[in-house]
Design a protein around this ligand. Structure first.
Ligand SMILES: Nc1ncnc2c1ncn2[C@@H]1O[C@H](COP(=O)(O)OS(=O)(=O)O)[C@@H](OP(=O)(O)O)[C@H]1O
Ligand SMILES: Nc1ncnc2c1ncn2[C@@H]1O[C@H](COP(=O)(O)OP(=O)(O)O)[C@@H](O)[C@H]1O
Length: 610
């Protein structure tokens, strides 16, 4: 009897890709890892070498259902389908391009990845019979796949429309647009494909879906994840924070403390790298489920590996929760000095192998929402850093009642201090950098229009640059005309000189707003840690709309960094270069709409919070 094939459960994005490959939607791509293809599968080293040696691997879904068998072929990994996924909400809507051509030929094809607006419904009505392709792949829709399908079906009821679900995932790379075009074309055949216009207000009949999908921060599940060395203060801060949460009431709180988890959920695991990863993934899994149901999970394991922390973040976000990472960055010397449990001394004597910080690594997080060094500080004071960050990010407001704050104020600290601290960081002007390709058309328009709109306000500065920016060119002549028509002074326009984007420009900016998602990807490939402050202008506008109107200026930038909407194609501001004045006007209209929505909130003088 032959031994069973090794099995592997791919990541959600890879499972979506598998479905596209099997259904023919990805054609001409027919497998994984073909040269230059965005459809890739990453396998653990042992499985990769098994394939390389001529073996086969079975890909299974998270429940273990075998979906396909992969082998190494001439162009990459060849895929032989086994079983088709049969369950899951709206499975019946997942059709292959061949089935769609057979059942729905003759309809105008319209891709949908967000809630439809009034403007878009009018556009759809004008199109006649339509096929709404709901793009439900991982990371693509602005809401959950089920939410998008429920909303799209509701819109379809008002039209002559068919709805089909397509698991086109977001690969967050420059190859995405090409894949999108080929998938849409495979579904459309010879029928036209029309993109929805940008803008408008979400249809009132979708409000309940929008509400359920985008819960108010007070209702969204939240995972507070403290990471740091043993003795850094994770448990102490986590406990103090939970006490505050419980005193305030209104939320269910679950503690997943490192030590406690190891005595229960993870009993028997060692401190090898593998077992630590298992331990953290277990914590992540439980925390994600808690967040799925709107609860707050407070976790405080060491979690020394970046990759595992990222996996937890992904699990939580997948479950619709928010993930907030606190790096308790107390240095090793201080943790060792405290040595509350006497473990460091033992580790130094070699009595505990693989001890974090001594004989096992701790990878410092680059993506922490807040970093707290507890050295020489009171617990209350260190906790303040966390509660301020939580409040600023729009998750929890754990401010004590004023009377209580006054009572706890010591050594000249007053109840006003947290607010004062937040203000101090915003005293210099907020620096906003606009980015497009050549820096002669869209980004100069954004910069000069924004400067004109801001007038004499000194709380903000605008600049622009291009991912492939020309050096010292003036504004494109057509765009310059549009700028002049819209009240931008001739001096400003004449004084403009284009420039290429540099790392320093990104580092120096508080907020980088790009014309298209591809520009955002370009910037992040260069400066990955800037991910919170680099957004498309449309993505920023949509994200800002979700943040309470009382939050403005630098606080708004921080809040959006933590609660940003996905960058979808609808957000892209298309390039009008050399497409005539009408195209330039349309682009200008789109930019004006977005700037009008966001600028008043970025200008300190008008931001409601102050
Ligand atoms: N080898 C080794 N390395 C690090 N820590 C050790 C080790 N052996 C035991 N301990 C005790 O276990 C606690 C850390 O467990 P965690 O589950 O948080 O660790 S991990 O996230 O799985 O890496 C940690 O507790 P905290 O001090 O609360 O962090 C230690 O008390
Ligand atoms: N500002 C502070 N914040 C948190 N802990 C502090 C602080 N100052 C001193 N400590 C002490 O440091 C130790 C931290 O231990 P613990 O919270 O168990 O750390 P961990 O969970 O990271 O191992 C405790 O004894 C705590 O009283």
């Amino acid at each position: 009897m032959s031994s069973p094939l090794p099995q592997h459960c791919p990541q959600p994005r890879e499972l979506d890709d598998l479905e596209l490959v099997v259904s023919g939607a990805a054609a001409p791509i027919a497998g994984f890892n073909e040269p230059g293809s965005p459809i890739t599968l990453s396998l653990p080293d042992d499985l990769a070498s098994h394939l390389h040696g001529g073996g086969a691997v079975e890909l299974v879904d998270p429940e273990g259902l075998p979906l396909a068998r992969v082998t190494e072929g001439a162009r990459g990994l060849e895929v032989e389908p086994l079983t088709h996924a049969q369950f899951g909400p709206f499975r019946r809507l997942y059709l292959s391009p061949a089935a769609v051509r057979e059942q729905h030929a003759g309809r105008t094809v319209v891709p949908i990845s967000d809630l439809v607006t009034d403007v878009q419904l009018r556009q759809l009505r004008r199109l006649g019979p339509v096929l709404l392709l709901a793009l439900v792949g991982t990371g693509t829709p602005a809401l959950s796949p089920v939410g998008l399908l429920r909303a799209t079906l509701r819109v379809a009821d008002q039209l002559d429309a068919a709805v089909v679900a397509v698991p086109l995932a977001d690969h967050d790379s420059l190859t995405d647009p090409a894949l999108r075009v080929s998938v849409l074309t495979n579904y459309a055949g010879t029928d036209p494909v029309v993109e929805l216009e940008y803008g408008g207000a979400v249809l009132p009949e979708l409000a309940d879906i929008a509400g359920a999908e985008r819960p108010e921060p007070a209702e969204q599940g939240l995972v507070l994840f403290f990471t740091g060395l043993s003795g850094s203060g994770k448990s102490t801060l986590a406990q103090a924070l939970m006490d505050r949460l419980l005193e305030q009431g209104g939320r269910t709180v679950t503690s997943l403390d490192g030590d406690v988890v190891r005595r229960n959920l993870s009993a028997g695991l060692t401190f090898s790298k593998e077992d630590r990863e298992t331990n953290i993934r277990r914590i992540g899994w439980v925390a994600a489920e808690i967040s799925r149901h709107g609860g707050v999970a407070v976790c405080s394991p060491i979690a020394p590996f970046d990759r595992t922390r990222q996996q937890v973040r992904a699990m939580v976000q997948q479950a619709g929760g928010a993930f907030f990472l606190v790096h308790v960055a107390t240095p090793l010397e201080e943790c060792e000095r405290r040595d509350r449990k006497g473990l460091y001394a033992k580790a130094r004597r070699g009595e505990i192998p693989d001890f974090t910080g001594i004989s096992s690594p701790y990878e410092e997080p680059q993506d922490a929402d807040v970093r707290v060094d507890t050295t020489g500080r009171s617990i209350e004071d260190a906790l303040e850093d966390v509660t301020v960050a939580l409040r600023t990010a729009g998750y929890l407001d754990l401010a004590r009642a004023k009377t209580e704050q006054a009572e706890t104020a010591v050594g000249g600290r007053t109840s006003a201090e947290p607010g004062a601290r937040a203000l101090a960081t915003t005293e210099r002007p907020l620096r906003v950098l606009f980015v497009c390709t050549a820096n002669i058309c869209r980004s100069p328009y954004m910069e000069l229009r924004a400067r004109t709109m801001a007038g004499r306000d000194v709380s903000i500065e605008f600049a622009s640059a291009g991912t492939h920016g020309f050096r010292s060119h003036s504004v494109d002549a057509t765009m310059a005309e549009v700028l002049a028509d819209r009240g931008v002074s001739a001096d400003l326009i004449a004084g403009f000189a284009s420039r290429p984007l540099t790392r320093d420009l990104v580092e120096a900016a508080d907020l980088v707003l790009t014309a298209e998602a591809a520009h955002r990807t370009f910037v992040l490939d260069e400066v990955p840690h800037a991910f919170r402050k680099v957004l498309t202008l449309g993505q920023f506008a949509e994200s800002a709309a979700r943040v309470d109107v009382s939050v403005g200026g630098a606080d708004l930038v921080t809040a959006v960094g933590h609660r940003r909407a996905g960058a979808t194609d609808e957000h892209n501001i298309r390039d009008p270069y050399r497409r005539g004045k009408a195209a330039a006007e349309l682009t200008a209209d789109q930019i004006d709409r977005l700037l009008t929505a966001v600028l008043p909130r970025l200008l300190r003088a008008q931001a409601g919070a102050r």
